[in-house]
Design a protein around this ligand. Structure first.
Ligand SMILES: Nc1ncnc2c1ncn2[C@@H]1O[C@H](COP(=O)(O)OP(=O)(O)OP(=O)(O)O)[C@@H](O)[C@H]1O
Length: 172
């Protein structure tokens, strides 16, 4: 198609094409909004907000105490964790091996805490009534703990069992 010469030439930056400075201005407004909302999070629904880091630690410690006192599985996993680390030190495991055991124990305990948190939220929501979604939430949370415990068993079997058997054999 041949363009007639007397046709108005549409400039490359037409009225519909946003100016790059407009885009960067909008972007800076958006990012400043975002950083503002991150600096002052909207926590209107929270009953109380920890005023400083020390108080946050106090609440975290209260959560750990609650889980330890009320959750039998948390106590069992804590005991097994302490025994596994002690055994690892006794067997002179390498720092990397002790670290892997430590990470695995930490994962199990952290998932136990999340399981307890999910149970509490579910109970708070549905109270003592049966709900299929409550069942799914609790069963999946318990499943997550089970997976981490099986992984911990695998790690313990791989890293602790061979040197332990060597020590036992040499003692016999
Ligand atoms: N409100 C509910 N609606 C449906 N099913 C529920 C409800 N509450 C509990 N259940 C079922 O009963 C199971 C046991 O509930 P519970 O609250 O004791 O959790 P749990 O994971 O066994 O606790 P823990 O980790 O302390 O052993 C859940 O896994 C779920 O299958």
């Amino acid at each position: 198609m041949v363009m007639k010469l007397d046709q108005p030439v549409i400039p490359f930056r037409s009225i519909n094409t946003p100016d790059i400075s407009d885009i960067s201005e909008e972007l800076s407004i958006f990012t400043s909004d975002l950083s503002e909302s991150m600096a002052t999070p909207n926590r209107d629904l929270a009953w109380k907000i920890a005023p400083n880091l020390l108080i946050s630690f106090k609440y975290a410690w209260a959560g750990l105490r609650y889980a330890f006192v009320t959750q039998r599985n948390f106590r069992i996993h804590t005991l097994i964790g302490v025994l596994a680390i002690s055994l690892g030190v006794f067997l002179h495991l390498k720092p990397i091996e002790l670290s892997i055991i430590g990470i695995t124990i930490g994962l199990v305990l952290a998932l136990e805490l999340l399981n307890t948190a999910i149970e509490s939220v579910v109970d708070l929501t549905v109270k003592q009534s049966y709900h299929e979604l409550a069942k799914i939430a609790k069963d999946c949370a318990a499943g997550a703990v089970l997976i981490s415990a099986l992984a911990a068993l695998l790690v313990a079997g791989t890293l602790l069992l061979p040197p332990l058997l060597t020590v036992i054999k040499s003692a016999l």
